[in-house]
Every structure is written in structure tokens, then in C-alpha cells.
Design a protein around this ligand. Structure first.
Ligand code: FE2
Ligand code: FE2
Length: 215
């Protein structure tokens, strides 16, 4: 398949997944939450994600031969730690200790799975395209709904702007490099892996926030 057509099929797969979240929005989106206590827990979990995302992108640098992708990943590392700073500040403003948080089992599994991917197209498809795509979709919703308090939306306005600024870079990387049937098959499977693990993470986070269960 033409690589642009292929990249579009992956985008559609991610968009379809996002659609399924609308019937019952996860705590991750902040939208169903009605207490700052719950919002703090979600933000601590998402602060962990920013730190872990930077680790993953940085860990991929040496094994990424494509110089343009390497540079993009290096910028992404820096950006994730800027995002972490925004969330740290917001948590401190509520009197919370930002890193008083242990990653949830499904959250660990999701990031460990990203870390284990070895090829540029599967990495980019799984994480920047599918993972961050879903995250940013829910950020957009939380900013627009009007019921999420300003101490939460403040940092996410800035994070959302960053995500919009680099536009559709995962898409363009896939157009450029997902050029063989073998690479396309691996990228498609990596997207499916990412989405199923994300659903697990969202469910795990829901159970922890709503029922105080770790799994
Ligand atoms: Fe990011
Ligand atoms: Fe981020």
C-alpha cells in the first residue's frame, strides 16, 4: 500500500479508538471527576507519564539511524520535561507532593512495551501517533468541556499548544519510512498493541481513582 494511504489507515484506527472512549470518559480525561483529591491522583499519574515518555524517547536515540527522526526524538525528550514542570507546579499549587506516586501495573506495562519496540516505524506508530494521539484527543476535550477547573486546564493549555505546534510529525515519519509491506504490518500491530494497553491503563487508573484498587 502507498505509505500515505497506509498512514491514514493508522490515523483512522486511532480516531476510532478515541470515539469508543466517549461513551464513558476515563478519569484520565479529568472530565468525570468531582473532587480535587481525585484530580490530584490523575495528575500525579500523568506527571509520571511525562517523565517516562522522555525516558522512552531518549532511550530510542542511539538505535534510531534516521537522523531526522533522531532530532525529532531529542526535541521530544526536552519537551516532555517542560510538560513535567507545568504539572509539578500545578500539583504544588494544590499542596500535593508531585512525585508521591507509584506507577500503576498497566501503566508500567504500557511503557515497558513501548521501550521494547525496536524499529522506527513501530515505535513512532505506537507512541507518538497512537499513544500521544489519544492523550491529546482527551486533553482537547477536557479543555473544551468547561467543567474542568482552571488549575487543571492551565498546564494542559500549554501542553496542548506544544502538541499542536509539531503538527502531524508521526504521520509524516510514517509516510517517509513505512514503505514496505513488512514495515506496515509491524507498524499496524504496534498501534493495536498501544491501544489495547492504553485501554488497560485507563481502566487501571479508573479503578485506582474510584475504588482505590491498584489493579
Ligand atoms: Fe509529547
Ligand atoms: Fe508531554
Amino acid at each position: 500500500m502507498d505509505s500515505r494511504e497506509f498512514a491514514k489507515t493508522l490515523e483512522k484506527q486511532v480516531a476510532d479508538f478515541c470515539e469508543t472512549l466517549n461513551t464513558k470518559l476515563p478519569a484520565y480525561s479529568y472530565i468525570p471527576l468531582d473532587s480535587d483529591e481525585a484530580r490530584i491522583k490523575v495528575m500525579q499519574s500523568r506527571l509520571f507519564n511525562e517523565i517516562r515518555a522522555g525516558e522512552i524517547f531518549g532511550g530510542w536515540l542511539k538505535s534510531t539511524p534516521e537522523l531526522d527522526v533522531k532530532k525529532t526524538l531529542a526535541e521530544a525528550v526536552h519537551e516532555e520535561y517542560i510538560h513535567a514542570g507545568y504539572l509539578e507546579e500545578a500539583l504544588k499549587s494544590k499542596g500535593a507532593v508531585p512525585y508521591e506516586y507509584k506507577p500503576l501495573p498497566a501503566q508500567m506495562a504500557m511503557f515497558n512495551a513501548f521501550e521494547g519496540l525496536t524499529e522506527t516505524v513501530e515505535r513512532i506508530a505506537a507512541f507518538p501517533m497512537a499513544g500521544e494521539g489519544v492523550a491529546d484527543y482527551l486533553i482537547g476535550k477536557s479543555l473544551n468541556v468547561g467543567t474542568v477547573p482552571a488549575w487543571v486546564t492551565g498546564p494542559y493549555h500549554k501542553i496542548h499548544e506544544d502538541e499542536e505546534e509539531h503538527g502531524n510529525y508521526p504521520f509524516e515519519i510514517l509516510v517517509k519510512y513505512a514503505t514496505t509491506p513488512e514495515k506496515q504490518e509491524r507498524a499496524a500491530r504496534a498501534v493495536a498493541m498501544s491501544l489495547i494497553l492504553r485501554r488497560q491503563y485507563f481502566d487501571n487508573l479508573d479503578r485506582w481513582v474510584n475504588e482505590d484498587k491498584m489493579y
